[in-house]
Write a protein that binds this ligand. Structure first.
Ligand SMILES: *Cc1c(COP(=O)(O)O)cnc(C)c1O
Length: 445
C-alpha cells in the first residue's frame, strides 16, 4: 500500500476523486472550487496595484539602457513587450481536432517573441536583475532615479557590477533570461541547470560568458544549489524562482501593457464579455504574476486558467490538496518527465499557489503527444514556432467551453504563448517533424 504524507493512496483518491485520472497521466480539466469574486480574492494579498505600478515605472527608467544595450528594442524605445495576434486558423484546427466549437474571439500573446530572451522569463527574470542593479547603484550613491540609465552601458558600471555574482536555479528559460541580462550589465553569473534543461540553452549561455552548472537531478535541486551558494555572501544575490516577489512583480506588468494593446485593438472586455486567459505553468511565478496582474486590472471580467504537463501537474496537485509546496508530483508517484522543459517542475511555489487559490478558475493538463501535435498545427496554421511548454495554452478553450458555464461569441480567449522564437532552427525542425507524426493520429485528442 502506498502511503503519501501519512495517508494511504486509497484515502487520497476518495477525498480527491479527480486525482484518479491525474495519477494515470490522463489529460484532465480541474475546476477550482476555491475561486472567489475579485473583491474578496484581492483583499489581504501581499501585493497591490501600487507595487505593479512601481515595477512598471522602474522598467520605464531602464528603457533607455535596454534600448542602447539591445538595439532590437529601439523601435519600442527599450520597452520589452510582445505582439498580440489573432489566431483564427489555429482556432479552426483545434475545433476540428477536439470536435468542440469555441465561441468567441481567439487571440495569442506572443511572449515567445519577447526581445532579449524569447520567453515569458524576459518579463520577471530581467526585471529582478534590473532592480538589483538599481538598488546596488543607489546604495553606493552612483545613481539617482532621474538619471539617464543608458549610462549603465559604460565600462565603469560594468566594472562595478563585476564585483557581484548573481545565482539562479532553472529548467532553462529563467537561466537564459537572467544569464543574458546579468552578463550584459557586467555581473558574474552562475546558472544551476536541471537535467531537463536543453543543451542549446546551456550552450547559448556559455557563449555569453555565463557559468553553467549542470545537475543530474530535477529543478528543485538546481534551485537548492543556487540558494546554498549565495548564503553568507553579501556580494552574491540569489534569484529565487519559488519565492521571489520581485520576479512575480516583473510578470504582473504584462497586464498593464495588455490593457493598452486591447484598447488599441478595440477588444472589449467586461463581465458580460469576459476574457479567458490560458497560461502555461511551471513553478508558478510567470503565469501567477501575469494572472494576478490581469485580475487587478480587469477584475471579474477576466478568468484565468493554468496549463500543466500530464507528467508535472505540480500546481494542480498542490492547489487541489491545499498542500501547495509541501507536496510534489513525485510523492504521488508521477515521474515529472516531460519535453516541456519550462514546465518540468515537481513542486510548485507555495507563495504563488496561495496567492492564486482564490483567483484561478481552473487548471488543465496536456500530454507530451498533444504538445508536439500542437507545435506542428501551430506552425502549419499560423507559421509560428512555439516550444513544447508554450503550446499548452492552446488546449484550454475547448476545456472551458465544455466545463464552465456559457461561453458566447462575445467572449475573448487569449492563449499565452510563452516561448519558442530562440529555439535553434534544426531543433525547431525536429520538433515540427515529431509533431507531424502525431498530427493525423486520431488517438491524440
Ligand atoms: C518558465 C516557463 C513557463 C512557466 O513559468 P513558471 O514561472 O515556471 O511557472 C511557461 N512557459 C515557458 C516557455 C517557460 O519557460
Amino acid at each position: 500500500m502506498t502511503i503519501v504524507k501519512g495517508k494511504p493512496m486509497e484515502k487520497w483518491i476518495r477525498e480527491f476523486p479527480d486525482l484518479g485520472p491525474i495519477l494515470n497521466y490522463t489529460p484532465f480539466y480541474w475546476s477550482n472550487p476555491g475561486v472567489k469574486d475579485n473583491k474578496e480574492a484581492l483583499q489581504d494579498q501581499p501585493l497591490q496595484l501600487k507595487d505593479m505600478k512601481d515595477a512598471e515605472e522602474r522598467l520605464k527608467r531602464f528603457a533607455p539602457f535596454i534600448a542602447k544595450a539591445y538595439p532590437e528594442t529601439e523601435k519600442d524605445r527599450g520597452i520589452i513587450e510582445s505582439p498580440l495576434i489573432e489566431g483564427n486558423q489555429i482556432k479552426a484546427r483545434i475545433e476540428t481536432i477536439t470536435g468542440q466549437k469555441i465561441p468567441g474571439a481567439f487571440y495569442i500573446k506572443l511572449d515567445s517573441h519577447l526581445p532579449i530572451s524569447g520567453s515569458i522569463k524576459a518579463r520577471g527574470g530581467i526585471y529582478e536583475v534590473l532592480k538589483y542593479a538599481e538598488t546596488l547603484l543607489q546604495e553606493h550613491h552612483l545613481l539617482s532615479e532621474t538619471d539617464d540609465y543608458s549610462k549603465m552601458t559604460e565600462a565603469t558600471y560594468r566594472e562595478f557590477f563585476s564585483q557581484y555574482t548573481i545565482l539562479v536555479g532553472s529548467t532553462g528559460n529563467l537561466g537564459l533570461s537572467i544569464g543574458v541580462i546579468s552578463a550584459k550589465l557586467g555581473f558574474q553569473v552562475i546558472v544551476h541547470m536541471s537535467a531537463d534543461a536543453k543543451q542549446w540553452k546551456k550552450d547559448l549561455l556559455r557563449s555569453r560568458g555565463v557559468q553553467v552548472m549542470e545537475h543530474p537531478s530535477d529543478y528543485s535541486k538546481a534551485v537548492e544549489e543556487g540558494r546554498k551558494e549565495a548564503e553568507n555572501d553579501s556580494k552574491s544575490y540569489f534569484i529565487d524562482d519559488e519565492n521571489s516577489k520581485d520576479l512575480f512583480l516583473g510578470y504582473t506588468v504584462a497586464a498593464i501593457r495588455l490593457k493598452k494593446q486591447f484598447e488599441e485593438r478595440e477588444i472589449q472586455v467586461s463581465p458580460e464579455k469576459p476574457l479567458h486567459v490560458y497560461l502555461p505553468c511551471g513553478v508558478g511565478g510567470g503565469p501567477g504574476g501575469v494572472a494576478f496582474g490581469l485580475k487587478v486590472i480587469f477584475g471579474d471580467a477576466v478568468k484565468c486558467y493554468f496549463a500543466e504537463p500530464t507528467h508535472s501537474p505540480c500546481m494542480l496537485v498542490g492547489m487541489m490538496t491545499g498542500l501547495h509546496n509541501e507536496i510534489s508530483v513525485n510523492d504521488f508517484g508521477l515521474d515529472n518527465q516531460t519535453a516541456a522543459d519550462g514546465l518540468a517542475v515537481g513542486r510548485p511555489s507555495g507563495f504563488v499557489g496561495k496567492v492564486m487559490e482564490p483567483l484561478l478558475e481552473g487548471i488543465y493538463t496536456v500530454s507530451d503527444e498533444q504538445m508536439f501535435r500542437l507545435i506542428a498545427e501551430m506552425a502549419d496554421a499560423e507559421g509560428i514556432h512555439l516550444e513544447p511548454s508554450a503550446v499548452t495554452g492552446l488546449m484550454g478553450p475547448s476545456y472551458v467551453v465544455q466545463n464552465e458555464l456559457k461561453v458566447t461569441d462575445g467572449d475573448t480567449h487569449l492563449i499565452w504563448a510563452t516561448g519558442g522564437s530562440m529555439v535553434p532552427g534544426d531543433i525547431q525542425e525536429a520538433e515540427y517533424q515529431k509533431g507531424l507524426e502525431y498530427k493525423n493520429n486520431p488517438d491524440i485528442r
